[in-house]
Design a protein. Structure first.
Length: 371
């Protein structure tokens, strides 16, 4: 296998790179013992450059075109090799092809939320993400600073470092801008352009150019977003009284279309009115209950007193006055029946309690004893 690789290296005299991938930035051309024959053809396509490295030292860099490798085409390498009068035999050198096209749709985003102080919400945590585009602007700097002797260098090997740089500068810029969280969406383009200009010198140090940076989204924590959704819902509802009336009308229409469920619909509508009344009072201005203009509220209902009664020598109740009225009519409670309620000092005959005397107005008193 080693012999065939050596023979194939002797036969091949064209040095070129056909890139089948979409993420390879630098590719080292494989040659047996790195030997290149005199007069070999070098093909550099559009979107590529080729760099020759001799004994770890960067020599000549070729732009797109076809070259026949000879002394006049390799001035720096000739100087390093000491070819004062040209060369005719194979020479050793590593050839690195560098892709200079744009690498698009590279992702960046915050691993952890950014802590900020917002004028409206106070301390908040924000997350952000987006995309960016880079290209190799200085192949020699990229090889010196990043690639080294890597035979195949892809975007995956550098995007983590670039993402960290972007997030760091983004966090600093967002903190200094003091833009309210709800206004950030209106400044995505400006933020992207500002970050691009701010971070470009750091990319230049790696031989890269940041051609475009996009901010796709800046989001609040889920809890804050839910609170905003509720606030938005209240804004959409608008006038709460009109909304409640509309809901009641809808409930009445549904009840009319479903006679078998009238009772349930009526109960639900009553509950709806009660809830609407409570909400209206809670939302009243200046601590006063909300009232329709020109209409006074009805008086509060009085809570009926609850009495206990001694029926058949047993304590029964408590009963309100309506229940006691039924007991009187049934003959279970008479004027002599002992009753008691909260606030009374002792059990007292019902006929002597002022609140209950009206219950016996239609009941004749007991017959006098016969002489």
């Amino acid at each position: 296998m080693g012999l065939w690789k050596k023979i194939r290296g002797e036969l091949i005299d064209i040095i070129e790179w056909l890139d089948p991938t979409s993420d390879t930035m630098v590719y080292r051309f494989e040659r047996y013992n790195n030997e290149i024959k005199h007069g070999a053809k070098l093909v550099v396509r559009e979107g590529q450059t080729a760099a020759f490295v001799n004994e770890g030292q960067l020599a000549d860099v070729f732009d797109p075109g076809m070259y026949e490798l000879e002394t006049k085409n390799l001035p720096i390498l000739s100087t390093l090799q000491g070819w004062a009068y040209g060369f005719q035999s194979p020479f050793k050198a590593e050839v690195y092809f560098v892709s200079t096209r744009r690498f698009t749709d590279l992702k960046w985003g915050t691993k952890n939320p950014i802590m900020l102080r917002d004028a409206e919400f106070g301390p908040v945590r924000l997350r952000a993400f987006g995309t960016y585009v880079i290209r190799v602007a200085d192949p020699a700097a990229l090889i010196r600073q990043i690639v080294g002797t890597d035979g195949r260098f892809s975007t995956d090997e550098i995007t983590s470092q670039l993402r960290n740089m972007i997030v760091s500068r983004f966090t600093d810029i967002i903190g200094e801008s003091k833009i309210p969280a709800l206004d950030l969406a209106a400044n995505y383009d400006e933020l992207g352009e500002f970050i691009t200009g701010r971070i470009q010198p750091e990319f230049n140090a790696y031989g890269l150019e940041l051609t475009k940076l996009l901010v796709e989204n800046i989001s609040l924590p889920p809890e804050v977003e839910q609170a905003l959704d509720k606030r938005t819902s209240m804004g959409v509802i608008g006038n709460l009284q009109q909304y409640t009336q509309y809901q009641a009308a809808e409930a009445m229409r549904d009840a009319a279309q479903n006679p078998s469920g009238t009772a349930g619909a009526g109960m639900g509508m009553g509950m709806g009115f009660a809830m609407a009344n409570q909400m209206g009072q809670a939302m009243a201005k200046d601590g006063q209950p909300a009232q329709p203009s020109g209409q006074a509220p009805p008086p509060l209902p009085q809570q009926a007193a609850a009495f206990y009664a001694a029926i058949d020598n047993h304590q029964a109740g408590p009963f309100d006055t309506n229940a006691l009225q039924q007991k009187v009519q049934a003959g279970q409670v008479t004027r002599e029946t002992l009753v008691w309620k909260e606030g009374m000092s002792e059990w007292t005959p019902a006929g002597q309690v002022p609140e209950l005397q009206s219950l016996f107005a239609s009941v004749p008193p007991p017959l006098p004893p016969q002489s």
